[in-house]
Write a protein that binds this ligand. Structure first.
Ligand code: SF4
Length: 205
């Protein structure tokens, strides 16, 4: 299992260099461009989205500013700084963000049940890494104030998002949700216990 993940990690790293290297940016810089293309962010928020330390994100941003791909603008409270793509940065992001397609094609060979199980497993691994302090906070359902796992127990869509006020199943668990708001540590602990102690009924059964 871990050797399988290592292989995928190595392939991703090498493919990232293949995609980003010729464009003159590193994989971390390419990830920063893609994230800022989605929406501008402060340095701290960008570091969290990348799962990187503030120092690593800061180095990537400095290089991108130097290349004219990112600008720093005053934030809403005038003390903070917002990072935004320039026009060249946006077109660079279009080019460098194309590389993960090969991974999507590989994942599409899994049937829907396998894809859902894989997502559920990834969510658990990411939440554990975050809980142990091995990666910065990610915007996942399992740490969200709006997440109520197995509120509709026994259903194929057992979880509930209070923000959307809708039920949803494992296949719609989010790994980077813009509406995520951190729950209290106690709420996160309870959500985790409930999530891991119950299985979702497969769709159509
Ligand atoms: S707001 Fe987003 S992260 Fe929170 S429960 Fe709903 S879908 Fe999940």
């Amino acid at each position: 299992m871990t050797s399988g993940l290592s292989t995928i990690g190595m392939v991703l790293k090498s493919r990232a260099w293949e995609g980003a290297g010729p464009e003159g940016v590193t994989p971390t810089q390419a990830q920063a461009l893609e994230s800022l293309r989605e929406r501008p962010a402060s340095l701290g928020v960008l570091a969290a989205r990348l799962g990187a330390s503030t120092a690593t994100a800061s180095n990537a941003v400095s290089a991108l500013v130097h290349k004219g791909l990112v600008v720093k603008e005053p934030g809403s409270d005038k003390r903070s700084i917002t990072l935004r793509l320039t026009e060249s940065g946006a077109s660079m992001a279009d080019r460098t963000s194309a590389w993960p397609d090969f991974l999507s094609r590989a994942v599409e060979t899994l049937d829907p049940g396998e894809q859902t199980a894989m997502l559920r497993s990834l969510v658990k691994v990411i939440r554990t890494l975050q809980h142990n302090g091995d990666i910065p906070p990610q915007r996942i359902c399992l740490t969200c104030r709006h997440f109520h796992p197995h509120l509709h127990a026994g259903s194929a869509e057992p979880h509930h998002c209070a923000y959307l006020n809708e039920p949803f199943g494992d296949r719609h668990l989010r790994l980077d949700c813009a509406e995520q708001v951190d729950a209290s540590p106690e709420q996160q602990r309870r959500a985790w216990q409930r999530f891991v102690s119950q299985q979702t009924r497969p769709a159509g059964t």
